[in-house]
Design a protein around this ligand. Structure first.
Ligand code: ADP
Ligand code: MG
Length: 234
């Protein structure tokens, strides 16, 4: 059974004659533990779809079902591109990490210390403010914040796009490990096809609010029949 199933979803913005379709007949499915890519040029609707999955917005048509075991917000988490904007600048790393665990019983600080090594950070980072971290460290704190509750699905919306290659690689390896060790399903949204090619087992290609093709990796590569997807991945 699919963990996430999106069927015939449509989304429009604006009123009256200004009203404009941003997503049209979106169908997509993610199984437990899947590593799925979503690619497409800027403005094709990727982030809108992510917001619909996260219930940050409502859709106009269609259905999204999520077969989670716990409560929604613990089971589905999102990480955005801009880690600086996502973190409260006046909170220490400790405060930012404790916040999603406010309902947890037991030794929250101990749990955080345990999890820090997962993202190659340590105790010394806990008392720092976001401004006292490098870009890569900020994104790793941001990522850790989202995975502390052990979600079944993690949506990554262009999370490595503004980082340099070396840090990108670190984050991508981390996602791979999270997927392997925790069985976390990941929807990796990106316009960087190299990374998607490396990380994902299946990819959906979006253009102008529609999914034009999806492909499952075979023998290490994706094969496409749609000329737009072929051109993208060339
Ligand atoms: N709140 C909004 N109101 C009106 N138009 C929007 C809104 N959010 C996004 N859009 C439009 O929807 C389209 C898709 O945007 P987006 O989902 O951010 O694309 P992507 O993430 O693929 O770059 C764009 O044309 C954008 O201008
Ligand atoms: Mg976007």
């Amino acid at each position: 059974m699919a963990l996430l199933k999106i069927e015939h979803v449509a989304k429009r913005y604006g009123r009256g004659r200004q009203r404009k379709g941003v997503l049209e007949d979106i169908n997509l499915s993610i199984g437990k533990g899947d590593l799925v890519g979503l690619v497409g040029e800027s403005g094709s609707g990727k982030s809108t779809l992510a917001r619909l999955i996260m219930r940050l917005e409502t859709m106009d048509e269609g259905e999204i079902s999520f077969s989670r075991s716990g409560n929604f917000y613990d089971s589905c988490q999102i990480v955005f591109q801009n880690a600086t904007a996502a973190l409260n600048p006046t909170w220490t790393v400790r405060a930012s990490l404790l916040e999603p665990l406010r309902l947890m019983k037991g030794d929250r600080e101990g749990y955080i210390k345990e999890m820090l090594s997962l993202v190659s950070l340590s105790d010394v980072h806990l008392d720092r403010l976001p401004s006292e971290l490098s870009g890569g460290e900020r994104q790793r704190v941001n990522l850790l914040r989202s995975i502390l509750v052990k979600p079944e699905l993690l949506i990554c919306d262009e999370i490595v796009s503004s980082l340099d290659r070396l840090i990108q690689k670190e984050i991508v390896e981390l996602l791979k490990r999270l997927n392997e060790e925790m069985g976390m399903a990941i929807l990796f949204i990106s316009h960087d096809l190299k990374v998607v090619n490396y990380l994902c087992d299946r990819v959906y290609v979006m253009k102008d609010g529609r999914i034009v093709e999806d492909s499952v990796k075979q023998d290490g590569t994706f094969v496409f029949s749609h000329p737009y997807a072929q051109r993208l991945f060339e």
